[in-house]
Design a protein around this ligand. Structure first.
Ligand code: ATP
Ligand code: NCN
Length: 197
């Protein structure tokens, strides 16, 4: 796990990154700027618990490719989930919190994940424990209205103009960041390379 000083605000950007692309870099840039982050941990998962791992490239390969996208000195590319023994975000976040009780963390995800967030293990606990920033993505723009997470935690949604304060707020607190969007996806990149799955 990267080193971080007490009181800092750290964005946690988990993903398969199979492979990473400019859309991920855009999310990282938006999060760094609009959430006023001190660090962003680009967390490469050994495998999303809800996705098939059939076409998943080795973790070391995905990690190396992510490094190429992480030009900002505030970004730390990591794969520490590998040694935690769980890829469930709720458990990963609990381990992060236990090791860094005085650090402020924000979970960051694209809007497509907001749509399915209620399928994640202990999703309500995640939302009640960690502030969340959702970054808009083509095809998922309306998820901030329609998703189960958005409806359940409607009362905890903050205006995106207040996003720089999110890291200092008690959960549940979340925001949806509109702005430049990227059509890129790993699925399309894999298909272009003839990788099925
Ligand atoms: N173009 C994009 N715009 C906004 N968010 C994105 C974009 N691409 C990926 N994300 C977000 O980045 C995180 C990691 O995404 P992931 O590695 O699954 O990429 P992906 O392109 O969605 O992959 P796949 O097509 O294999 O599902 C997720 O939170 C996802 O929502
Ligand atoms: O904990 C879960 O149940 C869970 C279900 C789906 C996805 N996640 C996490 O969400 C992050 C984004 O996943 P992905 O595949 O969309 O890049 C990544 O860190 C996954 O491990 C977590």
């Amino acid at each position: 796990m990267p080193h971080v000083e007490p009181g800092m605000v750290v964005g946690l950007f988990g993903g398969s990154f199979n492979p990473p692309h400019g859309g991920h870099r855009l999310v990282a840039d938006i999060a760094l700027r609009r959430l006023a982050l001190d660090q962003l941990w680009w967390m490469v998962t050994p495998g999303n618990p809800l996705k098939s791992h059939r076409a998943l490239a080795p973790l070391s390969e995905r990690l190396a490719l992510c490094e190429d996208f992480a030009e900002d000195p505030r970004i730390r590319v990591t794969a520490f989930e590998r040694t935690l023994g769980s890829t469930y975000t709720a458990q990963v976040l609990a381990a992060i919190r236990a090791r860094n009780p005085k650090v402020r963390f924000i979970w960051i995800m694209g809007a497509d994940n907001l749509k399915n967030f209620h399928r994640w293990q202990n999703w309500e606990k995640i939302a009640r424990t960690f502030p969340i920033a959702v970054v808009d993505r083509p095809g998922a723009t309306l998820s901030f209205l329609s998703s189960k997470m958005a409806r359940t935690f409607d009362y905890a949604r903050i205006d995106e103009d207040d996003a720089p304060l999110l890291g200092h707020m008690a959960a549940p607190a979340w925001t949806f960041l509109h702005g430049p969007r990227s059509m890129l996806s790993s699925t399309v990149l894999r298909r272009q390379k003839g990788i099925i799955g």
